[in-house]
Write a protein that binds this ligand. Structure first.
Ligand SMILES: Cc1cc2nc3c(=O)[nH]c(=O)nc-3n(C[C@H](O)[C@H](O)[C@H](O)COP(=O)(O)OP(=O)(O)OC[C@H]3O[C@@H](n4cnc5c(N)ncnc54)[C@H](O)[C@@H]3O)c2cc1C
Length: 323
């Protein structure tokens, strides 16, 4: 009789990478046990860009149709000079992108992507998701790997032919598995705010021509990316400055004067927008050295940010986690 472990995959972390991997393995007939340390998968984060390399996969996995009602198809990526607001470059998206890459370029709230992945997961009886379950150790044997999982003060073991660390940039599996890659602070802070389209800041953003596009305002030592999310009812703003390490988490507190100082010399309309859009959440950007191996012969693999967390400047973090 076939050992169940030879058909079973264990995944640590139910972020974008873990949820997508669970669906992909289940499509191929594997049993999946997915463990997430957070007590609940709550709406977290802000905007995420999903280029066609990612949406094509979401379509194959039956997730795209669930995401489309909440996502936005931007008309273009537009680069503007933050001081003069002059347009510097424009890459058409929308229909043009879809014709070219046979899949849409989307922007969405991270929570909407997570909801769409979860809705598809709920239809797959071969995936078991346990929240409040932290993978606290691993062991490997011939042709199998076992995770030690802490759930409500108890410890359980879950084994499979493959153990996947989808546990993000500060991955525990990376350390337990003996991988040499480490995360490091990039020296950059991302400042995030979500504003409603009808707010003063939302109207100011539309007035500088950024309503239906992914617009980047460029300035020495600072840039601001803005795009619509939640079916166009809100905008995601992400500004980037140099900064000190403030936390090893997705959000922390940093002095807003760092942001306002970095915007010195930008157009008055943008500076006002930054004041109206607050409070800003600071996000210290950490990366992982991508040149190191992501798999071991003992059946451990790292995916997503655990393997290759990157700065968000090419907007590929979520897309790479999906791929
Ligand atoms: C709360 C949060 C908010 C974010 N906000 C944004 C945003 O606004 N914009 C943006 O572009 N990107 C955001 N990101 C990052 C973005 O989701 C990732 O860069 C990208 O999608 C790669 O995803 P990932 O699944 O590899 O990693 P993550 O999205 O980091 O997912 C890792 C998951 O593993 C879980 N985990 C960690 N350790 C363990 C363990 N030992 N056992 C079990 N589970 C564990 C974590 O709780 C988390 O759910 C956010 C991530 C998080 C976790």
């Amino acid at each position: 009789m076939e050992d169940t472990r030879s058909r079973q995959v264990v995944i640590a972390g139910a972020g974008v990478a873990g949820l997508t991997a669970a669906l992909a393995f289940s499509e191929r007939g594997y049993l999946v046990r997915l463990f997430e340390q957070a007590p609940r998968l709550e709406a977290a984060g802000a905007g995420i860009q999903l280029s066609p390399n990612a949406t094509r996969i979401l379509r194959q996995l039956g997730v795209l149709d669930r995401l489309l009602p909440a996502a936005v198809r931007p008309e273009a990526v537009v680069l503007k000079d933050a001081a003069t607001l002059r347009e510097l470059a424009r890459v058409p998206l929308g229909e043009a992108a879809e014709r070219r890459w046979q899949a849409p370029y989307l922007v969405a709230h991270r929570a909407d992507l997570q909801d769409a992945l979860m809705a598809r997961l709920a239809e797959r009886p071969d995936i078991s998701l346990v929240t409040g379950a932290r993978v606290g150790g691993i062991a490997t044997g011939p042709r199998h790997a076992t995770a030690t999982v802490e759930i409500a003060g108890k410890t359980v073991e879950a084994g499979g032919f493959l153990l996947i660390g989808a546990d993000g940039v500060w991955s525990a599996i990376r350390a337990f598995g003996g991988f040499s890659a480490k995360s490091r602070f990039s020296g950059e802070l991302a400042w995030r705010a979500t504003i409603s389209a009808g707010s003063v800041a939302g109207e100011a953003l539309a007035a500088v021509g950024a309503a239906n596009c992914v617009t980047t305002f460029l300035h020495p030592g600072f840039h601001l990316v803005a795009y619509p999310v939640s079916n166009g009812t809100a905008f995601n703003l992400a500004a980037f400055t140099r900064g000190e390490i403030i936390a090893e988490r997705w959000s922390g507190h940093a002095d807003p004067n760092i942001l306002l100082g970095a915007m010195r010399g930008t157009a008055a309309a943008l500076a006002r927008l930054a004041e109206d859009a607050g409070p800003w959440t600071a996000w210290p950007i950490h990366t992982v050295d991508q040149a190191q191996p992501w798999t071991t012969p003992a059946g451990i693999a790292l995916i997503g940010d655990a393997a290759h967390a990157m700065t968000p400047f090419a907007a590929q973090g979520a897309a790479m986690a999906i791929e």
